[in-house]
Design a protein around this ligand. Sequence first.
Ligand code: SF4
Length: 240
Amino acid sequence: MTKPTKAKTRPQRNPQRSRMGSPTVNKAEAARRVKKISPILKKAYPRAKIALEFVNPLELLIATILSAQCTDARVNMVTTDLFKKYKSAADWVMADIKQVESDIKSTGFFRNKALSIKGACTKIVEQFDGKVPSTMEDLVTLPGVGRKTANCVLGDAFGIPGITCDTHVIRLSRRLALSQNSDPVKLEFDLAEIVPKKSWTHFSHLLISHGRNCCKARKPNCPDCPVAEHCPAANKPDLW
Ligand code: SF4
């Protein structure tokens, strides 16, 4: 007698998840969601802006490099004295690398950061007449400067729209089903299609504020979230 074969049971896949394990995204719906959540977030975070302190593009560039794996509060503490000591790109170029390392040590990864700062400033002096360039194309040629840093400098120092894909923007965009990508560059291009260009910089700040205050990485506060009614991941831990 043939043994009856057991029906194979497959684990149920959440229909909102794609093959990559992220919420599937419909661009038109995502654009509509951006339209709905933007005014709500603007009302919730009327003072949303970059947390790094700076007075010119060079200071923002340096602060952004220092902010990798470091809190903005710590970077601001360090740059208060740092920017009095190094005022121009040439000042950074002339500085002894060991001294720079020591000056920025408390921000972590100080050897790599010192190399990036010295490298970027050397190129700024040699190829850009001592001024931080104001295009994405040029900015990403600077050592240690990727699209995230470049967008931050463009948006906040030059007033040129830029989407800064930091950890909050990535996490919230995925939860809010604005993009299924976790790669920051792909996610930036997804957002660029659904967020009006003039709002790119501010929309990034709104998501960052919301990520810091409510939609935290480990435990998002969905019950108190002002955009919960528009969020596909609201109260759904399997989508966080
Ligand atoms: S509802 Fe929850 S998951 Fe969605 S944005 Fe708000 S806090 Fe984040």
